[in-house]
Design a protein around this ligand. Sequence first.
Ligand code: GDP
Length: 439
Amino acid sequence: MFDNLSTKLDKAFKTLKGQGSITEINVAATIKEIRRALVDADVNYKVAKDVTDKIKDEAMGRDVLTTVSPGQLMTKIVYDELTQLMGGTKEDVVLKGDPAVILLSGLQGSGKTTFAGKLATFIKKQNRTVLLVACDIYRPAAIDQLKVLGEQVGVEVYAEPENKNPVEISQNAIAYAKKNNKKVVIIDTAGRLAVDEQMMAEIEAVKRAINPSETLFVVDAMTGQDAVNTAKTFNDRLSFDGVVLTKLDGDSRGGAALSIRAVVEKPIKFISTGEKMEALDMFYPDRMAQRILGMGDVISLVERAQQQFDEDEAKRINQKIRKNQFNFDDFLSQLEQIKKMGNLKDLVGMIPGMSKAIKDVDIDDDAFKPIESIIKSMTKQERATPEILNGSRRRRLAKGSGTDIQQVNNLMKQFEDMRKVMRTMNKMSSTKGGMQQMA
Ligand code: GDP
């Protein structure tokens, strides 16, 4: 699921190159790519446009923290917006009343009956007694299917094969549950191949008569845009409380998960990812967004950076980089910031693809120690103007820091290389800016 969307979004983030901050110019192409990726994943066009507009507003003018790339920051922004788009927080099924009644609606083949079995298993695990009700008066096979499922999960199934009145069957089932001390009643209703008036009127009547504490709409995620349209039709008539997305294990492009909440303004409560009774998950918008982006680790990395990083300090350093004034004091401050974020191996492991690569590599958490000692042995003047560090000063540093001249020279070389890169970056950004202004 979502493989395509993840790959495309990843590609979009990589097109985002930037220096100090994300600007309208460097973000435009990325935003366009993100929108296209969403539409290709079957996200409703208007929803895709709204969400990318929001992403753009969020991204513009954001200072890029020194430890994360603009692409990583963008990933976090998109993650936050996708989470919001899917409702923000998890919403539970409401079980109120004695018995609490859950009414299931949806088209035939959506996975409604399978879900009824899964939900019964789920609720049974919370030590509540459950009664499943077969309320499909058109297909005797549907009643048998529910009975088989009930047996499989150890839950009693109520059915009246001769009765053709679903309102009566539901009411009788609830009375039966009361008498037999069943705390939760799950009613599986008839589904049709397409939305039709008679079916809608029938389920509406059932809902009115039994007043369930929860009405769920079950929909096959693989049907893409149709899933959203069907949800809208059902919601207009039934005003359901929550959505169950099924078949997310298939090659669904996932757009339904992203659009339904925004279009019908009802939360997704469960996702079903297989035919087995255990293949049911509660729906967490944040986890789903992470899955879509396939980059959970980058998100935690940026979050940690945002928590730990002193924005003012980051701005100050950015200024110094831009003025080609980055010195050893700044370098030391950067090292300290990185160290605050945690164990080095953990940090490197958060970069996508790296955790596997470094599994067996020993990353020494003290790797920064000699560097720090060398910098700390410098005088104030030496840190601010590294150019004065001649041979004799370097020898003094080696001695003072308990390292050797080789290590000091290496650090000087690395530092000089770093400054060279910074100078090139500064030059590039000024010429690029100039060209864009001319265009
Ligand atoms: P109903 O007509 O809405 O009651 O749908 P069913 O529960 O009979 O499901 C229709 C078909 O979809 C059956 O073959 C189920 O095994 C299958 N199915 C249901 N849920 C899932 C799911 O989450 N993943 C997959 N792959 N198949 C599912």
